[in-house]
Design a protein around this ligand. Structure first.
Ligand code: KG4
Ligand code: ZN
Length: 333
């Protein structure tokens, strides 16, 4: 079964075709990073226009890249939320147009569910497992019982993990997005140079705002020419220690036999290394290109959600209020 996935929830226009939830036939992404750099973050009105400008040609190119036509596509999966509503609607409208024109099934996908499914791409991973989902908008520990049954064990109480990377990146004068740029800078730094506080919150919850404030205060006190690489490395050390500790402790508590990670921050090599070194159970992680937003994860999610009953009217309601999708589509996300 070949599913075309469309993802426009934030600043990437992404279209992919995935067979049976796992085999990526083609995965195209047009990033808007250059457009948003001057704002230091994503500007929704700019994102919407940029998605509109490229969506038609990107879908055409994606099919052409693998010599397929819509006749050979079985369904269309599209991100319905959470994300920037203006951006989401570009993908949703296009998907709706296509399913009407070509008489296909439309599958609405929760973006976070999509991130989890990025782990099924080019892999034979099967649930159950414990998942750490760390993106620009969310940080959660999720107990994944089956392909479509989940329980969120804990979430961040304030900033998302990727958001913390982005804010500290900005403070260090790095371009948007902070995460990958901070990781690069940290390569030249000493992770033990600065001792930073750990968020004191309950077991599966996270808090990054105290850490952010501590870094701010520290920078105010340091001389102007302080070693930025050292601070980047110390910040990254602190965050990745917390993430590693929490997901391993959840896996132990739930007697989970596998740990997986997902979301943009799962691309962080220090996090990946620490988990591989410290986890008592096997760790699975998405390929680097599937960590940040992409269409393949949405197409994969579509495959696992294909038998749930969704009709276009219901999806229309979700599209107007993307937060409602979490209640209906994957009952506990
Ligand atoms: O999953 P994603 O692409 O978009 C959301 O759903 O939010 O995640 C983007 C976030 C950004 O905050 C970005 O700074 C962070 O993931 N990120 C990283 C790395 N690559 C992306 N954070 C730390 N290290 C990285 N290598
Ligand atoms: Zn994402």
């Amino acid at each position: 079964m070949k599913i075309l996935g469309i993802e426009t929830s934030c600043d990437e226009t992404a279209v992919a075709i995935v067979e049976n939830g796992r085999t990526v036939l083609v995965n195209n992404i047009i990033s808007q990073i250059e457009l948003h750099k001057e704002f230091g973050g994503v500007k929704p009105s700019v994102a919407k226009l940029a998605h509109e400008e490229v969506i038609d040609s990107l879908i055409e190119k994606t099919l052409a890249d693998v010599n397929l036509s819509f006749d050979q596509i079985d369904a269309i999966a599209v991100t319905l939320g959470p994300g920037l509503v203006m951006s989401l609607l570009v993908g949703f409208k296009k998907a709706k147009e296509l399913v009407k024109e070509y008489n296909k099934k439309l599958i609405g996908v929760n973006h976070l569910f999509g991130h989890i499914c990025s782990n099924y791409l080019e892999s034979d991973l099967e649930p159950p497992f414990i998942c750490l989902l760390a993106s620009g908008g969310h940080t959660q520990i999720i107990n994944v019982e089956t392909y479509i049954k989940y329980e969120v064990l804990g979430s961040t109480l304030d900033d998302a993990c990727g958001e913390a990377f982005d804010k500290i990146g900005r403070l260090l004068g790095l371009p948007y997005p902070g995460g990958p740029n901070l990781e690069k800078l940290a390569l030249d730094g000493n992770p033990k140079a600065f001792v930073l506080p750990e968020g004191k919150v309950s077991k599966y919850s996270f808090s990054f705002s105290g850490l952010k404030t501590a870094v701010l205060r520290l920078v105010e006190k340091l001389p102007e020419n302080f070693n930025k690489a050292d601070l980047a490395a110390s910040f990254q050390e602190n965050v990745t220690n917390t993430l590693t500790k929490k997901i391993i402790s959840a896996a132990n508590d739930y007697h989970s036999k596998k740990i997986i990670i997902a979301g943009g921050v799962s691309a962080n090599k220090t996090l990946r290394k620490k988990l591989l070194e410290q986890s008592p159970v096997p760790v699975y992680m998405p390929g680097l290109k599937y960590c940040t937003d992409n269409g393949a994860m949405i197409a994969s999610a579509g495959y696992f959600l294909k038998d749930l009953n969704q009709d276009i009217e219901m999806l229309d309601v979700f599209a107007k209020d993307p937060s409602s999708i979490k209640l209906k589509i994957s009952s506990r996300l």
